[in-house]
Design a protein around this ligand. Sequence first.
Ligand code: CO
Length: 134
Amino acid sequence: MLKKLNHIAIVVPDIKKAKEAYVNNFGAKVSEPKSYPEHGVTVVFVELDNTKIELMEPYGENSPIQKFLEKNPNGGMHHICIEVANINKSLETLKNKNVTILGNGKPINGSHNKPILFLHPKEFCGTLIELEEE
Ligand code: CO
């Protein structure tokens, strides 16, 4: 089911400082911050040769990553995103295997405008896994 690693997401307390750390220390190519009110995050992408790092800062009142930041005030790794060929087929397979799907259990539109699913960390060694249709 699993194809390429799409991105690794890191929650940060200050997106400008986080961006600067990657630009100033690594000379990395980093996108401009973009806010997604519907997802409650502001993100930048660090472009690597084979994947991306998504730096995320909470946006707005009810950001889904606010609690994570409170528990990890310096920031920390939040999830990994792996591509799948067909999100609905993956969903069917995982449901049949009793994997816990977060949210309403259906694919939602992610920040790349592609359908995504989040899988509960308890089944995957404490790692929150995002699946995105390639
Ligand atoms: Co993600």
